[in-house]
Write a protein that binds this ligand. Structure first.
Ligand SMILES: [Zn+2]
Length: 366
């Protein structure tokens, strides 16, 4: 399991800032030229770039930096090739993937408790002061291993260094139940074991989506709500596979945007929030050693989970005319999702995720 922490490098002097700017500009322009060459020569394989492809590029980068930038260029090109629409990558974010040869983290003993040593183009390395923070310490002091590669970024807000921590995880859980989880906006998450979190998500979005940093507020709200899920009795979590998010940006949607901006923004935000919640759930499952599976998303809220026939959904209520079941619509959807997970046969030996079937026991009985 790998987690990221970001250190701010905004305590540096003007001189060091200009040195950093210089380095980043040179690096990025070299990388873009490298991408162009690789793209023209159809090189989309391998893990490092032979020297002959960047010998002709004029730059003041050192040999080591050239290797590093070329490698990053190759990664860029490779990831672009995996897409369906293949266009030559153009660098727009100032991000440098550095390893320990270029950046090292040192302990400090004055007001700054960390110093970042960065090699520059010619001359001695520079030292950039930074401060630890709560998020960094939560890994640093708790037995996580600090990885040697890091990421230097330049944004509108200044310079940042992303560092990564790694921890070996215990094996995946073998006791507990399989549950389904339904994500929504009236209630953020409803689980088939009866848990409900984030009952006020819709109100939060309505309250904040006009603000400048609305997405940050909503992100934080989603994170803190999803953290409340009690995983102690859960062994496998089933969620719906993400619906097509791009639909929101079709031609129709653009027209829609001109006419009714508010509803459009609201809709995009809710799409985005859905995606964000999925990613957060993945992380939580990894931390709690819960197995996560995805099932197809259609009809889960229309079908009755007791008898399988189509029911009537009105807002938060679900009624089944065939068997007379009445209940919460989201809870019904969560049960349907769980049943789909059960029918997938994740426990079967033919599945790549096979682990031996253990009788479902609650944690207290162990
Ligand atoms: Zn029914």
């Amino acid at each position: 399991m790998i987690r990221r922490a970001t250190l701010s490098l905004n305590y540096v002097t003007k001189l060091k800032q200009s040195i950093l700017n210089n380095l980043i500009d040179e690096y990025l322009s070299f990388m873009q030229k490298c991408i162009n060459t690789l793209w023209n020569h159809n090189i989309f394989e391998g893990s490092f770039v032979p020297k002959k492809y960047y010998l002709h590029i004029r730059t003041s980068l050192t040999e080591r930096y050239k290797q590093c930038a070329a490698k990053q260029a190759l990664q860029n090109v490779k990831s672009q090739r995996k897409r369906t629409k293949k266009t030559k990558p153009v660098i727009c974010k100032a991000t440098l993937e550095l390893d320990q040869r270029f950046a090292q983290i040192k302990k400090g003993n004055n007001t700054f408790d960390l110093w970042i040593k960065i090699s520059i183009l010619g001359g001695r390395p520079i030292y950039l002061p930074t401060k630890r923070h709560h998020h960094f310490n939560s890994f640093y002091n708790k037995g996580w291993e600090l990885l040697k590669s890091c990421r230097l970024r330049r944004t509108k807000q200044g310079f940042f260094l992303d560092v990564f921590f790694e921890k070996q995880l215990p094996p995946i859980r073998k006791l507990g139940e399989m549950v389904g989880l339904d994500l929504g906006f009236r209630k953020l998450a409803v689980i088939s074991d009866g848990q409900i979190v984030g009952g006020t998500l819709k109100q939060e979005i309505e309250r904040f989506y006009r603000r400048k940093k609305s997405h940050l507020i909503i992100k934080e709200h989603i994170n803190s709500e999803l953290k409340k899920i009690d995983f102690t009795r859960i062994r496998v979590l089933v969620i719906e596979r993400l619906r097509d998010v791009k639909k929101g940006r079709s031609k129709k949607a653009r027209k829609y945007k001109k006419k009714r901006r508010n509803r459009y923004t609201n809709r995009l935000l809710s799409h985005w929030a859905y995606r964000h919640a999925c990613t957060k759930l993945e992380l939580l499952c990894e931390e709690n050693r819960v197995f996560l599976i995805e099932v197809y998303p259609y009809w889960s809220s229309q079908v009755c989970h007791k008898c399988g026939s189509r029911g009537i959904r009105r807002d938060e209520k679900f009624v089944c005319p065939a068997c007379g079941y009445k209940g919460d619509a989201d809870y019904n959807a969560a049960c349907n999702i769980r049943d789909r997970g059960l029918s997938l046969g994740v426990y079967g030996p033919q599945s790549s995720n096979y682990f031996p079937l253990v009788p479902v026991v609650s944690m207290e009985e162990v």
